[in-house]
Design a protein around this ligand. Structure first.
Ligand code: DUC
Ligand code: ZN
Ligand code: ZN
Length: 478
């Protein structure tokens, strides 16, 4: 009998720190050996010519969410996690959203019902707090954090989710008390509402005006406010989906002052621009690209690369928030055709994240291959309490691995995607570098674009507290 259930042989292993040639031996779903030459396994995979990296961890995806007051999402757990594994990912962290007036625990239980037995990859949940009542803050959140839901997201905009400054402070205080990391959506509610009304009064209703309703200054102001609230209460925060220079510089400023402020950016902010929202002729096709914050311009791409290169951003996510384009549930639903304010905000992208970052980042010399692994896997595990179980290749880690062909050229197209949406915003983009085999805890789950795993392979992950959520110890509180 063989010592190993699986041996991945002859590939070039890449972690956030190293790159070396070795075999990997897997036993009971975990990496049991990494060595120059291992004995034969019960199953063997020849990885020669391929890079062997930790499976992607995408810590910012929305699945099955009753989203933003808009239509039904295009992905539940089945199609969203299917798309994830086809794109080289092995863990997702979607959100469990608390509808106002509801208990968070009940909301979490609902998401579990949708995910249990229906997931192709492992998953945990961040908690979206929309209604921080005394019982949510005093009982529900601390108990949920203790149960392994160790991060929250709060919104500074959207009618159905916005928290005012007082509520933000209360959630930050609660997070500090229970050791949770707070992700903040930084866009200012009143400024957006004001701009939207002015644009509408001027007859500017097309999807493109979504971008003009929330320019970078709106994101920058909110980022500064969130940073200040975090500083006041000594609460570490992660500013998510940063779109350009203005918010990036706020985070850098905070980091240079020694504050525990972290940054996330996403695929769309280095590959799409606001001009995409113009569609063919200022028409509704631009709604395919409507997301928040909106993609900016090419100068913003360079600002984002600068933030990546200089360590302002720890994580690179997809912010996969999938809607259909056609049909009554789509971005083109009858109400959405009447004005940009009704177009659901969000785009699919979990499957395209790794290839686009590899092509634009590694191939074009902007980041190293080790930084690629850190930005797409290791740092997500570290920030969100999954390390050292997930996020690297070493003895004892879960055998979550992607075999990557660095020379494979592909064109991203809807017909090869595995998500539920009827379009991809990255249609026609050529990339070099593609996931060829995805392995989840030692089991091959995707191979050459085919799904070979089963729905239900994915397990719920109870997460530890993030070491990055530890307060710095310099509060203004009495
Ligand atoms: N915020 C997100 O995090 N995702 C999509 C849309 C949004 O506003
Ligand atoms: Zn957001
Ligand atoms: Zn999001």
């Amino acid at each position: 009998m063989s010592t190993f259930d699986l041996v991945i042989r002859g590939g070039e292993i890449v972690t956030a720190a190293d790159r070396f040639r070795a075999d990997i031996g897997v036993r009971d779903g975990r990496i049991a050996a990494v060595a120059d030459r291992l004995e034969k396994g019960a199953r063997e995979i020849d990885a020669s010519g391929l890079l062997v990296m930790p499976g992607g961890i995408d810590s910012h995806v929305h699945l099955a969410q009753p989203a933003f007051g808009g239509p039904k999402m295009a992905d539940g757990f089945e199609t969203g996690t299917r798309s994830a594994i086809a794109g080289g990912n092995t863990t997702l962290l979607p959100f469990a959203l608390q509808p106002r007036g509801a208990s968070l625990r009940a909301s979490v239980n609902e998401y579990h019902k949708q995910a249990d037995g229906q997931s192709y990859c492992d998953y945990g949940f961040h908690l979206i707090v929309t209604d921080p009542t005394p019982s949510v803050l005093g009982q529900e959140l601390p108990a949920l954090v203790a149960d392994g839901y160790s991060s929250f997201k709060v919104f500074m905009t959207y009618d159905a989710m916005v928290l005012n400054d007082r509520q933000l402070l209360e959630v930050f205080e609660c997070a500090r008390g229970c050791g949770a990391l707070v992700m903040v959506h930084c866009e200012g509610y009143d400024a957006i509402k004001f701009m939207t009304e002015r644009l509408e009064a001027a007859g500017k209703m097309a999807p493109y005006y979504h971008a003009l309703s929330r320019p970078q200054v709106v994101e920058r102001e909110a980022a500064h406010r969130a940073i200040s609230h975090g500083e006041l209460l000594d609460t570490p925060i992660m500013i998510v989906h940063v779109s350009g220079r203005e918010a990036m510089e706020q985070i850098r400023w905070a980091q240079q002052r020694g504050l525990k402020v972290y940054g996330e950016t996403c695929t769309q902010y280095v590959s799409l621009t606001a001009d995409d929202l113009k569609g063919l002729n200022m028409d509704e096709t631009g709604s395919k690209y409507v997301c928040s914050p909106p993609p900016r311009d090419r100068a913003s791409w360079e600002a984002i690369w600068e933030g990546i290169r200089t360590g302002v951003f720890q994580t690179f996510s997809s912010d996969h928030c999938p809607f259909y384009y056609e049909g009554d549930e789509g971005k083109l639903n009858p109400k959405a055709r009447t004005g940009f304010r009704w177009v659901p905000n969000g785009i699919p992208g979990v499957e395209a994240r790794l290839p686009i970052l590899f092509d634009r980042g590694v191939n074009q010399g902007r980041i190293t291959i080790n930084e690629f692994v850190a930005l797409t896997s290791t740092n997500h595990a570290k920030m969100y309490g999954l390390y050292p179980r997930k996020g690297s290749i070493g003895v004892g880690f879960d055998a979550d691995i992607v075999l990557w062909d660095p020379n494979r050229r592909e064109t991203i197209r809807q017909e090869i995607m595995h998500h539920g949406s009827d379009y991809t915003p990255y249609e026609g983009m050529s990339v070099t570098g593609w996931p060829v085999v995805t392995i989840l805890r030692g089991k091959v789950v995707a191979e050459e674009g085919r799904i070979v795993g089963q729905m239900g392979d994915g397990q719920f992950l109870q997460r530890d507290l993030s070491p990055y959520a530890k307060p710095a110890g310099r509060t203004f509180l009495p």
